[in-house]
Design a protein around this ligand. Structure first.
Ligand SMILES: [Mg+2]
Length: 326
């Protein structure tokens, strides 16, 4: 039985929050730290000063993009920037990256516009890929809009082509997962490579390694991915895990999603157990696996225990309805 588009929208956005909240207490940890309880269940843990089920900037900025699309009926950079600003002004943002904070402070100062405020090219963080899932949902039936819309939603905080290519790859995977009942590995990798190559050839080259990684031993593949794309920046300081740089972040998520597309929970657990920037890789994996498998694939206790889960579901339903209003 095929999964409805509405279930896929809900799976994507609730999945973002679930992966983020499972990974957040382990941010910066070495690999292998997410373990089940005595009953074999994976449950939320708190992290100071927040209770279990708290999500972070990855989900907060994803929801901000949805609110902006709901207001404008399209992906509008100025509207998205206006949704980002209060998260910082009110002190609500949790665990924000340096590029996002710097860009939003520039916006708050009023000296620069949303088109100019993004941090410069040399800094290729994962702060745009982590929030790209609404772009994939919004354009699942218009893939030609993914590159321009992901670029608009990215440059507000990051001008680096690698970061923009990462957002495009995440949104393309989400759109593909919404549209399809099965994942054709070659077709999706080709699609990702050709989309990324329009923005950054190095990102496309990294994507082209996925078929080989999917064939070799998992431990070896994860080691190679952890060091991929950013030869100048190793995983030191991130517990030997995935750094907040966009290429390893997006590739580890694509690797586990392609390895077993039908397994929401085990994909999220495995990606978080790659260590490092665990909330962001958990969020992106949750979005990819949630968009393909739908909300019913997410364990009920993780949906119910996610902070604001009912509000997130209501907002996503409004987003689904706006997308399908005609
Ligand atoms: Mg975070």
């Amino acid at each position: 039985m095929s999964i409805s588009i509405k279930e896929k929208f809900l799976g994507c956005i609730v999945g973002t929050g679930v992966g983020d909240a499972l990974g957040a207490p382990l941010e910066g940890s070495p690999p292998g730290q997410l373990i089940p309880d005595e009953e074999g269940k994976f449950s939320y843990r708190g992290f100071y000063p927040y209770p279990p089920g708290q999500y972070t900037d990855d989900t907060q900025m994803t929801l901000a993009i949805i609110r902006a699309i709901l207001k404008e009926g399209k992906v509008d950079g100025s509207a998205i920037a206006s949704e980002f600003v209060p998260l910082w002004q009110k002190g609500e943002i949790i665990g924000a990256g340096g590029s996002c904070t710097e860009a939003v402070f520039n916006l708050i100062s009023g000296k620069v516009s949303w088109e100019e405020t993004g941090t410069p090219r040399g800094r290729a963080g994962n702060g745009t890929a982590m929030r790209a899932s609404p772009i994939g949902l919004w354009n699942y039936d218009h893939p030609d809009r993914i590159i321009p819309d992901a670029t608009t939603a990215s440059i507000i905080t990051h001008k680096a082509e690698r970061s923009i290519a990462g957002a495009i790859a995440v949104a393309t995977t989400i759109a593909y997962g919404v549209k399809h009942d099965t994942i054709d590995e070659k077709e999706l990798i080709d699609l990702l490579g050709s989309a990324a190559s329009q923005v950054h050839s190095g990102f496309a080259r990294a994507i082209s390694q996925l078929p080989r990684w999917l064939k070799i031993d998992e431990g070896e593949a994860v080691r190679e991915i952890t060091h991929s794309g950013e030869p100048e920046i190793g995983p030191w300081g991130w517990g030997g895990g995935i750094t907040p740089y966009v290429i390893p972040t997006v590739l580890i998520c694509l690797y586990y999603f392609l390895r077993s597309p039908h397994s929401f929970l085990s994909n999220v657990v495995k990606v978080i157990n790659a260590g490092g920037d665990t909330d962001t890789i958990g969020a992106i994996q949750g979005a990819m696996s949630g968009a393909f498998n739908g909300i019913s694939a997410i364990p009920e206790h993780l949906v119910a225990g996610l902070k604001d889960s009912q509000d997130i579901i209501t907002l996503t339903e409004e987003f689904y309805q706006l997308k399908h209003k005609d």
